[in-house]
Design a protein around this ligand. Structure first.
Ligand code: FE
Ligand code: FE
Ligand code: ZN
Length: 268
């Protein structure tokens, strides 16, 4: 995956820790990890992001699902300790109709069972669109989870531009205000990664359908502001747009050009 990332002009990448819609995992191959670490060092690849499978639900109180979620997260985190600097991103989950407050409490309880004082891997809560019974649509819900977790120093947030836009935060028209609100409620210092996606739908649609950069409701000019924003520009950006590899290479080139563009005007 590192080689593929370099081939399309990326200096980081996101990967699924296992089948995103399943749970099985391959045996841990230490030689493979060693090879990757050597390659990453040579190529300057840092801050890669591991994405937990969609089948987890830390917000559930159903015992079998809790066991599966706990065991998967523990195993994923145990493995990630072999990759220094990697972060682990997960969807907080679904409250199954019990309400986001109750759901947030369940997520915090799960994190308390999974996080260890000794771990180096940061665990990121992904901002969600609020589709169905999703937990984590509002910044307040994220804050509520973090507040209730004992080892909160292990927690960060990954902001998905499509999800927050679909969740009702206008990152297209009011980026500054949205980031201020995030800062007030969660703290910008907790923001560790950005999922860069346009949205097929309108602000507040709660749909979660990603579109290519510049082809959706967020629009190209908003992405120019996002990749150049002083609070965001140094974070790792991950594309989750509907693309083939060539498409990703084009989007990376476009975003790099937009980011470079601005450096002519911003003097430090
Ligand atoms: Fe995600
Ligand atoms: Fe995402
Ligand atoms: Zn999504």
């Amino acid at each position: 995956m590192g080689k593929q990332a370099r081939a399309i002009g990326a200096n980081t990448f996101q990967f699924f820790t296992r089948n995103p819609r399943g749970g099985n995992v391959k045996a841990l191959d230490m030689a493979d990890i060693e090879n990757y670490l050597a390659f990453a060092k040579e190529e300057g690849i840092e801050k890669i992001l591991a994405h937990a499978p969609y089948t987890l639900n830390a917000g559930s109180e159903e015992e079998r699902l809790q066991t599966f979620t706990r065991e998967t997260m523990l195993e994923d985190l145990r493995r990630l300790e072999h990759i220094p600097g990697a972060m682990y991103n997960f969807h907080p989950g679904s409250h199954g109709g019990r309400g986001p407050q109750e759901g947030a409490r369940s997520v915090a309880r799960m994190l308390d069972q999974v996080l260890k004082q000794s771990q180096n891997t940061m665990v990121l809560l992904e901002t969600m669109s609020g589709k169905g019974n999703e937990i984590g649509r509002t910044f307040e819900e994220l804050r509520q989870i973090i507040d209730a977790v004992e080892l909160k120093e292990k927690l960060g947030v990954c902001l998905d531009t499509c999800h927050v836009f679909d969740g009702g935060y206008d990152v297209a028209g009011r980026l500054e205000e949205v980031l201020e609100e995030f800062d007030d409620i969660v703290g910008l210092w907790r923001l560790k990664a950005i999922h860069l996606n346009d949205s097929m739908n309108a602000l507040g649609s709660h749909k979660d359908r990603h579109s290519k950069i510049g082809e959706g409701g967020i629009g190209l000019e908003a992405f120019r502001r996002i990749v150049n924003h002083p609070s965001l520009k140094d974070l790792p950006f991950y594309l989750e747009t509907p693309n083939d590899l060539d498409g990703y290479a084009r989007e990376i080139a476009l975003l790099r050009e937009m980011a470079a563009d601005n450096s002519h005007f911003v003097e430090k």
